[in-house]
Design a protein around this ligand. Sequence first.
Ligand code: ADP
Ligand code: MG
Length: 725
Amino acid sequence: MSLLRFKMVDAAINHTAAEVKIPVGRPSDYFGAKVFGRDAMRKYLDKSTFNALVNTMENGTPLPFDIADSVAAGMRQWALEHGADHYTHWFQPLTGGTAEKHDAFAEPDNCGGVLEAFSGKLLVQQEPDASSFPNGGIRNTFEARGYSAWDPASPAFIVDTTLCIPTVFIAYTGEALDYKVPLLRSLTAVDKAATEVCHYFDKNVEKVYSYLGWEQEYFLVDESLWAIRPDLVLTGRTLMGHESAKNQQLEDHYFGAIPTRVMSFMKELEYECLLLGIPVKTRHNEVAPNQFELAPVYEEANLANDHNQLLMTIMDKIARRHRFRVLLHEKPFKGINGSGKHNNWSLGTDTGVNLLGPGKTASENLQFITFLVNVVSAVYKHNGLLKASIMSATNAHRLGANEAPPAIISTFLGSQVSAVLDKLAASKGDDAIRFDAKNVFKMSGISHIPTLLLDNTDRNRTSPFAFTGNRFEFRAVGSSDNCAEAMITLNTAVADELTHFKQAVDAKIEAGAKKEKAIYEVLKKMIKECRAVRFDGNGYSDEWKAEAAKRGLDCETSTPLVFDRYLDKESLRMFGQMGVYTRVELEARTEVKWETYTKKIQIEGRVLGDLAMNHIVPIASKYEALLLDKVYKLQQIPELKSTADIALIKKIQDHTTAIQRLTDEMTEARKKANRIEDQREKAVAYHDTVAVFFDEIRHHIDKLEEIVDDQIWPLPKYRELLFIR
Ligand code: ADP
Ligand code: MG
């Protein structure tokens, strides 16, 4: 082991668990203590201000401007009493992650002192100097105005000593520059379309909410080892590293005992989450060594998404306190599982009904089947687009590898639900449906749906979009993604589908059909049309890839080409009609996606080239020189043989020569790609001509790792990185 490596491994072993100061008491005592939620609002706002704000939060009515000052005064008071000294508009630009610029409450009072100021205007709207956020050309820097505006639906909170106000981020000309604006628009679209469809079943429904329960997977690595792996530091993944003899093959990590140091990290993280009102619930070891998962209870999608963004930020901060680094990259290590985010998604009414959960009566079940079929149909029509919504340079490593959902979007419904749909689709004429005394819809042969579906426990871990009894689980989302991207597309597609569904049913009713029969007939047609997207088999298998192509599902795997789906005629129409994205916004966003893709590959290429040429080749050459010296000396003594050493030298020669040649070629390819102006073409060039070198170069480096003297190998090896002691 090299001296530096030795020191770092030694440090990693000797880090003791950091002390965690969690007050004695129950989580219910401190849950949401750092959130300006209902309790704080009640205490710090007068009655009319409170009512106006609640009305805005619940019904989306604009907050009257004169109320904003009173809200700000109460919020300021609360924040100061809770130790805040700064405030910030907290938003989610297209860089991924969150952005914040802190301003102090303290301001000169013009009498030689300072006072803590915070007006309604500062709360509601700001103009961050945000010219360098990605905007896909929407905002030229010479008119670099972007506005952040408060989203009262998501409560303000305090991190460290800063009051964070969740905001949207828009261009001067009104286009969205963030994830929140389109997410809110998509939630409005699905609310409107779903509420109208609910009225077939229950006139009392006034609002439909979209719910999100994310499960966040992540890796932890020891900070001292992380620090001497430039690839981890700069790209978030290991660009090289020979497999550890033992990794996940014994399956002894999944749900195993959590190491003490990790446990104290988790405890502190959970405590922070609870203070911030994030209802964390589940923690466990994941499949790969050093891989873990955290999941809260589901919430309304906008809030849930803010909470996931917040979690990713605080995770990183807390990990450092425990001398870890969190890796949110989808594939930090080759040969073992990568990380994803499972987005559990459902729709529910303000009357308390889960529209994706089977009900107790036949009518409730027709409603359930209606929503289920609309979702499946939406996923079928937009399977390529949904893939685009979760595709990235980093998630591409995971999709299609034999451990994660494939790069083909299909849906798994389980045998029971599948049987119900197939039966419904196959039923002929009117005899298949009956109406009972209360005019409630019944289907012959499947009147037992109510009880049967309740214990739908089928599981298929290989499906990217699985029905799990009362929700769909979108599993192809990347661990570092902003969940909103997938949720925007899904909600919009479902809203669009429900709108078409309603038009079709209404047309039949107008033509004289009974409501239930009209619904039934439209569903029947839809079930037949979207059959291709339903797949209950093994999504990892090669047969499925061939079969999916035959079925006409989108099988594209090249990341830059997958992004094209955003600009398909059908996508433009759908996003436009549902009021979620304009053409300009979609063009800008795909531009950003291509640009981000290029930059990520460019950085990886540079880091790989640097490491290959200034770490690996020199070290291998040093060892080679030692061997050469040995051979030279051996040859002075006729009784001794040097063939094995010569063979080893040859191997080293072969690998180092290949690394040098390939690195040169990769650099040339990069130079050539850099000359391309068009962002899409450039991304394609990076994908087709630059990224292709990565695995090849790595192969030779990993081979060298196996044969070069461990005493001089500079980078921590997988076996050192992957097992927290
Ligand atoms: P598993 O690992 O078995 O998929 P978990 O318990 O880890 O399940 O996570 C399930 C997630 O799904 C949790 O966040 C949970 O709150 C969420 N969830 C449960 N019911 C719903 C629902 N109706 N809508 C959305 N999310 C849900
Ligand atoms: Mg899950």
